[in-house]
Design a protein around this ligand. Structure first.
Ligand code: NAG
Ligand code: NAG
Ligand code: NAG
Ligand code: NAG
Ligand code: NAG
Length: 456
């Protein structure tokens, strides 16, 4: 394990990223200590691929002299430190270069022709997996409508062979995107396209249907996963798989949901219809009696225990509530959160019963009117992060951040991927007592202003 002091951050990240890139690029063997260390890790994880036969060279030196992208780790380190001199022109150039190398959706059919190569070159399956992680498999429901490139970057960062990944591609999305995701998932046993695809209409019940389609599939395909993580394709992890496991274990079987405020009643008392793929409120009042006594509003960003997901699919009350919600607005913010309050719902008791707003740890979102900074741009009141948000993002305790757009800023994603990969190979201790404290009362208690989070 490598421990890095803050002042060594730059070097450490550079070192780690070089090591990681070497793995990613499957360079032939070499005498460099970095490379040997990586090879050792690899050997203990993967079956031999016959690399030993390839001719030796100094991979690290070759990499450093041939690959212009070594500037990126340096740049990321500076951006995270926030106190280095940042030359915006150089950053802009890097972003432009990264943007010019984005893979178009149609490119994935070719890239995945040889799955062995695709899987090796893009760093899947070469990451260390601990016993603790293997004993705590996760199920992901990735909901997407655009950019195979961005979702593939997300997938390769969270991918582990023992987890399971369902991808729901919006039925409205172009055929070329569907084909791209099919060809990517075709390279894995544990990544698949949802067996049923919805036309997802913003703020409508179709979003719940899409998520539940994935839940149904992962329940059927895998008997072991412990938590279901809902993950839009525009989010990105802030934690490694091991860290996510350690954090979710602190929930001790409870759901990670939040409650933010009272539900705006107009969402619920009027019928809604769909016009040109948009949800519209009518002036007709709903007359059916709601099967739940209380409706709570949270956000859709949840991590749900397996028992609770089974309850969602098997209980009569969940079915009736879903039916009742079908002509309301943004029901995805009510469905999971309200059901979690029921006495008979697994995933409690505990803080879920708190009679006040409370937080979840699955997601950080920089909402327009909150005191969170945003150096990117707001889309529907939510910040789309830029590289200027990096130093803030890496200090957040949450599992994932919402949201990113690789076409708007590819550097922030590139840097986060580097950091997560670094910590995957060189785990640092989590401040688990912070999470234990959080689980007790479901609120973050930042000490002295900003929430500090340990850096690699
Ligand atoms: C860098 O790019 C941003 C966004 O396109 C632009 O606003 C800014 O002026 C650029 N800065 C320089 C120094 O080129
Ligand atoms: C696929 O790629 C691997 C590794 O790059 C190579 O060894 C193998 O021969 C390729 N398979 C085919 C069918 O081209
Ligand atoms: C909602 O469900 C009711 C009862 O099954 C049905 O009559 C209605 O058409 C559904 N509305 C929508 C918008 O799907
Ligand atoms: C955000 O704050 C502005 C200014 O304080 C206010 O006018 C606006 O209504 C708020 N928007 C939301 C969505 O709360
Ligand atoms: C860990 O978190 C706890 C609770 O939030 C805090 O009191 C403590 O100072 C933190 N420890 C470290 C080493 O950051």
């Amino acid at each position: 394990m490598v421990r890095c002091k803050r002042k060594w951050l730059t070097l450490c990240i550079l070192f780690a990223v070089l090591a990681y890139k070497l793995v990613k690029q499957s360079r032939p063997g070499s005498g460099s200590p970095v490379y040997n260390q990586v090879k050792q890790t690899e050997r203990s994880l993967t079956t031999s691929t016959g690399d030993a036969k390839e001719k030796p060279d100094n991979a690290a030196a070759a990499y450093a002299s041939n690959n212009p992208s070594q500037e990126i780790p340096m740049m990321c380190a500076n951006l995270i430190k926030g106190d280095g001199i940042i030359h915006e022109e150089i950053v802009n150039k890097t972003i432009n270069r990264l943007t010019s190398t984005l893979v178009a959706d149609r490119g994935f059919a070719t890239l995945t022709k040889n799955c062995t190569r695709f899987v090796n070159e893009r760093g899947y399956g070469r990451k260390p997996v601990t016993k603790e992680e293997e004993d705590f498999p996760l199920a992901f429901g990735i909901l997407m409508y655009t950019s195979a490139h961005q979702v593939e970057q997300l997938l390769r960062t969270i991918y582990r062979p023992h987890n399971i990944y369902c991808i729901h591609v919006d039925r409205k999305s172009p055929a070329v995107l569907h084909r791209a995701m099919e060809s990517i998932s075709g390279c894995f046993d544990n990544v698949f396209i949802s067996s049923r695809l919805e036309k997802v209409i913003y703020a409508s019940v179709s979003q719940i249907h899409a998520e539940m389609n994935c839940q149904r599939d992962v329940l059927k395909r895998n008997k072991k996963w412990k938590y279901f993580i809902y993950l839009p394709g525009q989010e990105f992890p802030l934690k490694t798989n091991l860290e996510i496991v350690k954090i979710l274990k602190e929930l001790r079987g409870q759901n990670d949901i939040n409650i933010v405020m009272e539900v705006p009643t107009e969402r619920l008392i009027y019928r809604h219809t769909f016009v040109n793929g948009l949800i519209r409120r009518t002036s007709i009042r709903k007359t059916e009696i709601c099967p739940l006594k209380t409706i709570k509003k949270g956000t859709v960003h949840t991590s749900l225990s397996r028992e609770f997901v089974e309850f969602l699919h098997n209980s009569d009350i969940a079915k009736r509530f879903l039916m009742w919600l079908n002509d309301t607005k943004s029901p995805e913010e009510q469905f999971f959160n309200s059901l979690a309050y029921l006495d008979e719902a697994p995933g409690g008791p505990g803080p879920v019963k708190l009679e006040r707003p409370f937080n979840a740890l699955s997601r950080i979102t920089a909402w327009y009117n909150h005191s969170t900074p945003c150096h990117g741009q707001y889309v529907r009141n939510v910040c789309v992060y830029s590289w200027r948000d990096l130093s803030w993002l890496v200090t957040q305790p949450h599992l994932f951040a919402n949201k990113f757009n690789v076409k708007f800023d590819s550097l922030v994603l590139e840097c986060l991927e580097e950091i997560i990969n670094y910590r995957t190979f060189h785990p640092t201790a989590l401040n688990i007592s912070m999470y234990q404290q959080f689980v007790k009362d479901r609120s973050w208690k930042p000490s002295g202003g900003a929430l500090r989070w340990q850096l690699p």
